[in-house]
Write a protein that binds this ligand. Sequence first.
Ligand SMILES: [Zn+2]
Length: 261
Amino acid sequence: MNFWTRLAQWLNPPDPGPVEFKPEWAEILTANIPVYSRLPTNFQTQLHEKLTHFVAQKHFEACGDLELTDEMVLTVAGQACLLVLNHPGPPFPKLRSVLIYPSAYKATHTTVDALGIVHQQEVVRLGESSSNGTVVLAWDSVLQGAGNCFDGHNVTMHEFAHQLDQARGRADGIPFLQNPNRYARWAEMVETGHDRLERMSAAGKRTVLDKYGATNHAEYFAVATEAFFEKPRQLVRKQPELYAELKTFYQTDPAQWFTQG
Ligand SMILES: [Zn+2]
């Protein structure tokens, strides 16, 4: 095997094929992700299908003194796959590893200033996503985010929204869109939405979107994703255009899940 073949395999590792969906997985999903029970049956089946690929393809690792369990894998993977329920192909093709810490962890944040000087700072995080194919999460925050599916805070969905964004490279709030004609409209939506949130936040006004979305365009998309899945009825009422764009992107309509039962 020559260098180029090995490099191609490293960049595009062969798909190991799906694993079997075990009946006990449904019990974990039911217990830890309340929204799972609200999904229409055909969506549950699609979620199971995505999960069988996700679990087979991604490397999970517990960090600190945490021991990896099926519950951790399924609670993370189940929420991540909700984002790509109706997307064609394997879930998150660029993602390789998911690292799980017991709780908030310390990470080094590197920035380069205008003079080209590198600054490093220790920060405490609940999660992060990088374009090199890694998502890091704090397990207690994952559980908390999954358990309350109405508060608009979900660290797993937040970081996996970044992962979708980063599929095109650096996170900028613009993920791959199925219809290439929509990029200009999407970019405008993110810019105006972010600017509005920034203004509202500066004025001390609360909106359906968490003010953390005012940080930059990437955070705006991640925060909007959390609201789309966890406060869909509020979002569709308050910001119908944003809801409609996200509905087209995610190819699903969470507002329907919350009207059942
Ligand atoms: Zn973020």
